[in-house]
Design a protein around this ligand. Sequence first.
Ligand code: IPE
Ligand code: IPE
Ligand code: MG
Length: 240
Amino acid sequence: MLDMERIPKHVAIVMDGNGRWADKRLLPKMAGHNAGMKAMKEIVKCADQFGVKYLTVYAFSTENWKRSVEEVSGIFKLIVVYVDSELKELNENNVNVSVLGDYSMLPAESVERLDRAIETTKDNTGLRFNIALNYGGRDEIRRSVTAIAHEVKAGTLKPEEITEETIAANLWTGKRHADIPDPDLVIRTSGEKRLSNYLLWQSAYSEFVITDTLWPDFGPEKFKDCIEEFQSRKRRFGGR
Ligand code: IPE
Ligand code: IPE
Ligand code: MG
């Protein structure tokens, strides 16, 4: 049974297994990504119903550019399809969309849809839905260091004034960008037991739940199981 009093505030998901889902069905990879997008639609609704305040999904990593041009452009095209079909409902449900990552180098129509989704929902006060796109944990730490180095060079910040908060503030999740808390729960589907460059800084004390379910098969029931698993954990943050 879900304890509605102890719902994780921020859930981050590595949506993995679309390719294997398609392979099992002898379908092209894009069929897997398409099914994955449908699973994502459901999980956004479900997170909202469970009372999750922040949902962050890993949609495209800085390493995913290594894939074929067809697959990469297919994934970016799905962003257009997603926004066109879902923005109205997201907005009606008071969902606030943001992107973690530099999406400016995506195709113009994908950038336009993302800008539109962010702009349309910017004053919404419900679920914060963050899409990690062209996102890499190391890349964002590198960007934060660069931003801090510029401040030091300009003389507006002293090296000894740099704190963990300074570094965190300049990450995509930080005060200067999306301004969201660290994830309480990180879920990875498809059984892989690695972070793959996801939220490296932010997940320092997150609970990890790994499920063998492939992302397109991940539905509300599985999501509930993951939250129950989270609720069975004892978080200590280094204390007793
Ligand atoms: C995750 O599914 C989606 C993205 C990385 C965009 P994959 O495409 O990685 O699926 P598998 O790991 O090949 O099964
Ligand atoms: C992580 O999955 C990235 C996304 C889900 C967007 P990958 O499939 O790219 O990760 P690896 O290659 O298995 O580590
Ligand atoms: Mg994968």
